[in-house]
Write a protein that binds this ligand. Sequence first.
Ligand code: IYR
Length: 237
Amino acid sequence: MTEPKFVPYRRERLNDGDMKARAAFFHGLMNARRSVRHFSPDPVPRELIEQAIRTASTAPSGAHRQPWRFVAISNPEVKRRIRIAAEREERISYEEGRMPPEWIEALAPLGTSWQKPYLEIVPWIVVVFEEVHGVRDHGPVRKNYYVKESVGIACGMFIAALHHMGLSTLPHTPSPMGFLRDILGRPKNERPYILFPVGHPAPDAQVPDLRRKSLAEVALFDPEVADASTSAPDEPG
Ligand code: IYR
């Protein structure tokens, strides 16, 4: 059994006023983020993509396995192959009934279609893979834990990092996404999770006129709770 090893953790302690000011600033910043589908072809330095991936990779993860892999693509030929394969799948979803009518209707306010020209226009595509399990040269596979949760958190931090540095993106999941493993030559223990086109919005970019849920719609503070003596105990785990 590996012994735990601890190091001191020290953070500057801010006063409540400073924390409120920072909280308001950060909310304003994040509230200005929008998913973008109209990108500019303007180049973006690789260093910025590297930095966003570094930030994403600070995410917490199950048993600290860090079960994510970020594949960044700027090569126009590879972007083209991804667009062709994504549109092939999306056409089946949108036009040939793979997405049921209820789903198509749910997407109607977003104005999406099977066509994904932005996949060729953007300077970068970043495909995030979940490492379903680790690999060892000999013996059984090395298990990972809470992979979806871990990679989802990392993707959220990636989106925040991009937005904070002034870039835009879209969490895109052309379904099914198996073609990304083939095109990008990733091993079997890696599964495509989300594809992010990354760049600047086109000067004439538009986004759907959406409303965010209010705090009252998404949060409960100290709600009435069931009597502990009558409720079932939690499952261990
Ligand atoms: N993957 C498709 C469909 C799609 C699904 C959901 I849920 C969205 O929020 C948006 C789109 C596409 O990318 O068009």
